[in-house]
Write a protein that binds this ligand. Structure first.
Ligand code: 5GP
Length: 185
């Protein structure tokens, strides 16, 4: 039995600000461990292999899936993303507060695999605000933005599946609530 109560899964639509929240949380509390996912998406400017993601090609990703090395994985807006299992189990065994920042399909798989994990839904203050953030990021083509907005509609409809919702009106407030949930002070 792993200390799965230490596991927080943060999910919510693309553009809602999950990465900003997570970056701020870790700046304040580096002792919280954030899982680094594998992805077939190409790096954005400024992203480094092994930091934001382990960037892989399709063949490497196939191998991770075939050898059951991923705790969960999903296809999102044309790319695949997955959580390496072993590092997560090691942290939970050591009772380290552990954070996954993953999409809705992944959150559902974690719920199945680890029912004690706590699933947190990060919601935008409004739909218009989500569109504004996703477009304003300026890193994606119009086609990719369309796909992500379509995915966001599906994700927003699944909010009730989560243990709790935090509305991202202020990064500071969301971080404070997450830390309280993790018993980190
Ligand atoms: P992005 O391409 O913007 O970095 O991430 C796209 C989506 O994939 C986000 O909703 C992000 O939370 C999700 N994601 C990142 N890593 C994983 C993962 O390991 N598994 C799953 N299921 N989703 C992930």
């Amino acid at each position: 039995m792993h200390g799965t109560r230490r596991l927080i899964v943060l999910s919510g639509p693309s553009g809602v600000g999950k990465s900003t929240v997570v970056a701020d949380l870790r700046r304040r509390h580096p002792e919280v461990w954030l899982s680094v996912s594998a992805t077939t998406r190409r790096p954005r400017p400024g992203e480094t292999d092994g930091v934001e993601y382990h960037f892989t090609d399709g063949d490497q990703f196939d191998k991770l899936v075939a050898s059951d090395e991923l705790l969960e994985w999903a296809e999102f807006a044309g790319n695949r993303y997955g959580t390496p299992r072993q590092p997560v189990l090691e942290r939970l065994d050591a009772d380290v507060p552990t954070l996954l920042e993953i999409d809705l399909q992944g959150a559902r798989q974690v719920r199945q695999a680890m029912p004690e994990a706590r699933l947190v839904f990060l919601a935008p203050p409004s739909w218009d605000e989500l569109v504004r953030r996703l477009v304003g990021r300026g890193t994606e083509s119009p086609e990719v933005i369309e796909r992500r907005l379509a995915a966001a509609k599906v994700e927003l409809a699944a909010e009730s599946e989560f243990d709790m919702t935090l509305v991202n009106t202020s990064v500071e407030d969301v971080v404070r609530e997450l830390l309280a949930l993790m018993n980190v002070s």
